[in-house]
Design a protein around this ligand. Sequence first.
Ligand code: G6P
Length: 469
Amino acid sequence: MSSNDKPGHAFVVVASRLPVDRIEEPDGETTWRPSPGGLVTALEPVMRKAEGVWIGWTGDVGPAPGPFEADGLQLVGMGLSAGQFADFYEGFCNATLWPLYHDVIAPPVFERRWWDAYVEVNRAFARQAAEQAAEGATVWVHDYQLQLVPRLLREQRADVRIGFFNHIPFPGYGIFAQLPWRRQVVEGLLGADLLGFQRRADAANFLQACRGAAGRTVRGSAVRVDGPGGSREVQAAAFPISIDSAALSQVAQRAEVRARAKEIRQALDEPRVVLLGVDRLDYTKGIRHRLQAYGELLDEGRLAPRTVLVQVASPSRERVDAYRVLRDEIELAVSRINGEHAEVGYPPVHYLHQSYPKDELVAYYLAADVMLVTPLRDGMNLVAKEFVACRNDETGTLVLSEFTGAADELTGAFRVNPHDIDGLKDAIVRAATTSPAAARRRMRSMRRRVFEQDVAHWAASFLDRLNRI
Ligand code: G6P
């Protein structure tokens, strides 16, 4: 992948987070536990083959731990100061870009100080990438937190090949244009050779932003960029991300995981139907709409007696205003439904504001009859794919919002517009009462897709395309 004239790594991943979590041992020692994610699974073989390195933030406030090795992977830990945590992470990433890129479901906040912190942190990541990359290396930058890195890196290292993948949606130009720094963001991204997006619509929105915000000429999926070194073409295309389907399916076959799934159903007092939601507690996920639909179905008596909804809502970005408000709203809605419909020993909503290890989540996927995935906007939604990968016996149904990337692929789902509460209610009833044969047909078609196009396929197709440029 590279000639090794400059010492360094032939493959460099730059992502906002490291694929490990810091553990403080009782003796005061710091150890690192792998945080199993699809991205690291997909990139691990490439990393090992090319002696790759992964640059990312540790998730804590404090100085950078710098380069270290964990679980056989070369990692470089970046640090954020308390000010950068507030202005870059909570501010520009999660109160400006996140709501803006998710169709302004919450109003984005534009704060000039936050932009300065975004530039500063992106510069630090780009500097570190320039340091780590060998001559002619391939550098793969990830997600909305690091959109300026491609250009900042190219300015320092014209010899490297740069890919960028946006894990979240890229909004329509009417929305993107609100960003006071829209030109700088587009120019930042155009430092890459290949830009990957979840859906074709996201790539098209980005190309529109190239015309609108930066006055670039766009031909098909290519953007012309003239620079001091001559002119280049930047490609923008869709590469829908996936999961490590085979590994997840194996977890779902393990005896102790299946026993745990049984235990969960028993603990729920052998309900007739288990509806399940698994989300980060985020306003993009449509949890309120789901609760509204469920509450009305209970009011109307349209669900089998002793139906339950289990809602896992893992804590996320808890100090950001919109997330605090959301948590209050969700918890109010849950207690209203339970207050109105519970009997002693039977709360119709089991609300779990907790994070679980993967094996436990798989047990929940197995314990459910109907999975509810109802985001108002979601780049992909890997929970939908995880549920499908776990259902080895081809049972279970999926209610899936059309505003997720996964909806393009999982056509066997009961497709919904989560804003249409009546439509959502009908879909939940249909998903809960469809015949086993029809459910199986739907599940089989979704499983075919999830197993054929897994995360390894995603990484290979992105990197092949990048290396052909
Ligand atoms: C989404 C983003 C990721 C992000 C994750 C968790 O999946 O695409 O880049 O890391 O959410 O958010 P957090 O703010 O905890 O990193």
